[in-house]
Design a protein around this ligand. Structure first.
Ligand code: ZN
Length: 157
């Protein structure tokens, strides 16, 4: 078994510059392109830009799939589950009608708030680890965090 699982999987890319996964994740959680830090990863609520509008980094390689909803459910469940127990311990005689209004509203609002954040963060993380199609994507020759110039358009004769 290799010491680093990623070494074996990425042996063809050993000459490629290493990408800072933590920096990419921080930019992604803010919805920013992990390559330039300026363009937006998402063009709509959950719609992914095919490429960065600023540096043209390719995002269409992402395979976010079901992980953003999964991590959203995990986080929201832990935050609001603990909060529900704390509220019930603190105010045990709170009318049930308040529980029926407050908790579903908070679950929906927090989930809708966190879902796009986690989705763009995951895409940036996949980019940093060169997962899926990001492995074979066009890579600038110098630094992975340098803004990328637009690819030349093919001339139509
Ligand atoms: Zn960019």
């Amino acid at each position: 078994m290799p010491d680093n699982l990623f070494d074996d999987a990425n042996s063809a890319s050993s000459a490629r510059p290493t990408r800072d996964a933590w920096a990419a994740l921080k930019l992604g959680l803010r919805g920013r392109c992990p390559a330039c830090g300026k363009g937006k990863i998402l063009s709509g609520y959950l719609t992914v830009n095919p490429t960065c509008p600023v540096c043209h980094e390719e995002f269409f390689h992402h395979r976010a799939d079901d992980f953003p909803p999964y991590i959203t459910i995990f986080v929201v469940g832990h935050i609001l589950g603990a909060t529900m127990f704390a509220v019930d311990e603190t105010w045990p005689d709170l009318p049930m009608a308040i529980h029926f209004v407050v908790w579903p509203t908070l679950v929906i609002a927090l989930s809708l708030f966190l879902l796009p954040i986690f989705k763009s963060g995951l895409i940036a993380y996949q980019w940093a680890l060169r997962m899926h199609g990001f492995e074979t994507a066009h890579v600038p020759p110098n630094c992975s965090f340098e803004p990328r110039k637009p690819l030349p358009r093919p001339s139509v004769a």
